[in-house]
Design a protein around this ligand. Structure first.
Ligand code: TYD
Length: 196
């Protein structure tokens, strides 16, 4: 199984990934977590570019679109071999992030056509004002106008892709976690009604 958490910056993905991993492990599954951008060469280059003052220019956005797609392909083999050994893979972001952060969409889709499609995508839907308050870096992309657009693009994607489930991330972490578990349980034959 390849499960992905998506959402605007500050939506609580890393906390929820930790809680989901612990819960699946307690239910007897092996779990590995991965992140996009990765900690490999291209991922490091991406983080460097994201911090540049021209990160939001048109040409830099196209360069980032290419780099995100390449960085993603770098770990496809890893995901597949983990799946073969029955390890559950939980990822912080996937190509759906590129669909909502980069543009134009048709070009981004083409670049990512060989990326692995997740079995389940949990979209943590958070109020933009809360997201901005939680973001510490306040970089070029962590502002209300940009994140409002990204949030709407995510919600539009959820209408077109059956594997995307929207989770209300405005609730406290425990409630968000149990909503996530309720979506994940059926994939693993775990009793859904036993989740508090
Ligand atoms: P992330 O590491 O999730 O954010 P943070 O540094 O707050 O933990 O992702 C870094 C940024 O990269 C985030 O603003 C989203 C952006 N991003 C894209 O623009 N396109 C992509 O394809 C991905 C995976 C991330």
């Amino acid at each position: 199984m390849y499960i992905v958490l998506e959402g605007i910056d500050g939506s609580g993905k890393s906390t929820q990934i930790k809680l989901l991993k612990e819960w699946l492990e307690n239910n007897g599954f092996n779990v590995e977590t991965i992140t996009e951008p990765t900690d490999m060469e291209i991922g490091r280059l991406i983080r460097e570019y994201l911090a540049r003052s021209d990160a939001d220019s048109e040409s830099m956005q196209r360069i980032l679109g290419l780099l995100f797609a390449a960085d993603r392909l770098m770990q496809m083999d890893k995901i597949e071999s983990l799946e073969k050994e029955n390890t559950v893979v939980i990822s912080d972001r996937s190509f759906y992030s590129s669909f909502v952060y980069q543009e134009p969409l048709e070009w981004v889709k083409e670049l990512n056509k060989y990326a692995k499609v997740p079995d389940l995508v949990l979209l943590l839907d958070l109020d933009v004002k809360k997201s901005v308050d939680r973001c510490d870096k306040k970089d070029k992309f962590e502002n209300e106008a940009f994140l409002t657009e990204v949030k709407q693009k995510y919600l539009d994607l959820a209408e077109s892709y059956d594997n995307i489930k929207i989770i209300d991330a405005n609730n406290g972490p425990n409630k968000v976690s149990s909503d996530i578990k309720k979506e994940v349980a059926p994939l693993f034959d775990i009793c859904k009604d036993c989740i508090l």
